[in-house]
Design a protein around this ligand. Structure first.
Ligand code: GUN
Length: 302
């Protein structure tokens, strides 16, 4: 078989950011304030610092007002909740993102629950999760939204497809399963207790790996011609960055595949910008499709 088609997340993200930027221009041209994004980083996890710096930069580039709040790892829970309360009340802030994971001692569930769901641009609040599964309009988590965008952009047929998602996290696996289901795929969520994971994966027309285990998925696990989306970003002892899929092997079998880096990663930030623009559009009572043309893509679960 000829090698798989590469799905270029860098290019897709750049195009999406350009759409967001023009939406911001349109919102401002109609007399509204530019979207405001608050990014909260607690502690000094090196990977989180890089992610937050990239989010801050990308948000500035599309014309958002950005506030990045850095707090000490020892910040007490009540202090963090007080900051979130202030951001919830601040009308110039349309999106709030608390970078995860939080340092030990802070209760992630309570922090997410403290966010105003209308500003929760990660789509993690209970209201957004319910909206996602019920087919109502809420804010959809960024990484799964990015995966769907990439699949649709390269024309992968989801309707009727067998989709296997490895990983059941709140941030990726579970919401991605809902999005695939809404597009009429037959969805399996596999995880660490799944028996014969290789055989389950071999059934997949669409295979998504989101577990954080370097090169877990081997070429022999992939159905010839399948679409493979690799959400993993793993740093090896030798410094190399690899995904959850053994890329060189997969390239020989898959129909199309995302590289790591340069696949799903850049899409997460692009979708965060998209969610923040949507939140600002809703606040300004501007019909969201007039600012966010990609919203035509969102089917309801039926
Ligand atoms: N940590 C890793 N990915 C994410 C994300 O998409 N949002 C937040 N808030 N934290 C993360």
């Amino acid at each position: 078989m000829s090698p798989a088609r590469l799905i270029d997340g860098k290019l897709a993200a750049a195009e999406f950011r350009a759409l967001v930027k023009s939406g911001v221009g349109e919102l401002v041209a109609r007399g509204h304030a530019a979207p405001g994004l608050a990014v909260v980083l607690v502690g000094d996890d090196p990977a989180s610092q890089v992610y937050v710096k990239n989010k801050d930069k990308a948000a500035h580039e599309v014309g958002f007002h950005v506030r990045t709040l850095r707090m000490a790892a020892a910040t007490p829970q009540r202090e963090l909740l007080a900051v979130l309360d202030e951001l919830n009340r601040d009308a110039s802030v349309h999106g709030i993102l608390v970078q995860l994971p939080l340092p030990r001692g802070l209760d992630e569930g309570a922090v997410v629950a403290a966010l105003d769901p209308a500003k929760d641009v990660d789509g993690l609040s209970a209201r957004s999760v319910a909206a996602l599964w019920m087919g109502a309009s809420g804010l959809v988590p960024c990484t799964p939204q990015g995966c769907i965008h990439l699949l649709e952009r390269v024309g992968v047929k989801l309707e009727g497809a067998r989709a296997v998602v490895i990983g059941r996290s709140q941030l990726v696996g579970k919401p991605l399963a809902a999005l695939l289901l809404a597009r009429h795929a037959t969805v399996t969520i596999a995880h660490s207790r799944t028996q014969d994971l290789a055989a389950v994966c071999r059934e997949a027309d669409v295979l998504v790996a989101a577990v954080g285990k370097p090169e877990l998925v081997r070429g022999a696990w992939i159905k010839p011609g399948a679409a493979v989306i690799d959400v993993g970003i793993n740093r090896l002892a030798d410094g190399r960055l690899v995904g959850d899929v053994a890329f060189a092997e997969a390239l020989e079998v898959a129909g199309c595949i995302t590289p790591v880096p340069g696949g799903v990663g850049p899409m997460t930030i692009a979708m965060l910008l998209g969610n923040t623009l949507l939140s600002a559009a809703r606040r300004a009572a501007v019909p969201e499709r007039e600012l966010a043309p990609w919203r035509g893509e969102q089917p309801a679960v039926r």
